[in-house]
Write a protein of this length. Structure first.
Length: 98
């Protein structure tokens, strides 16, 4: 959705209105990005939207934030996160910070 920040997209995904939890949600978004980076998934750039990587990355962030925010430890969400990470991960062995 053009013009929306990742935080806005996460709030939409979680069906959260208003800005009461924005500080907490922004912190969780940051934690989700670090979690993905630690798993070997770098944040895609805007040019990678064409191949769907950016959308998939944003979904992974939303799922992670949802799991933490709602206290959801369901194995289905955990498996979904693992599947997304495996699809996004760069296996080329190159520099992942590039």
């Amino acid at each position: 959705m053009p013009g929306m920040t990742l935080l806005d997209k996460v709030k939409l995904h979680l069906r959260i209105d208003g800005s009461g939890d924005d500080v907490l949600l922004a912190s969780l978004v940051s934690a989700a990005k670090q979690y993905l980076l630690n798993a070997g998934v770098r944040e895609p750039n805007v040019e990678e939207e064409g191949n769907g990587k950016l959308s998939l990355y944003e979904l992974a962030v939303s799922l992670y934030v949802g799991m933490i925010y709602d206290g959801d430890e369901k194995s289905k969400l955990d498996r979904a996160m693992t599947a997304i990470i495996l699809q996004l991960k760069d296996y080329s062995g190159g520099d992942e910070s590039a």
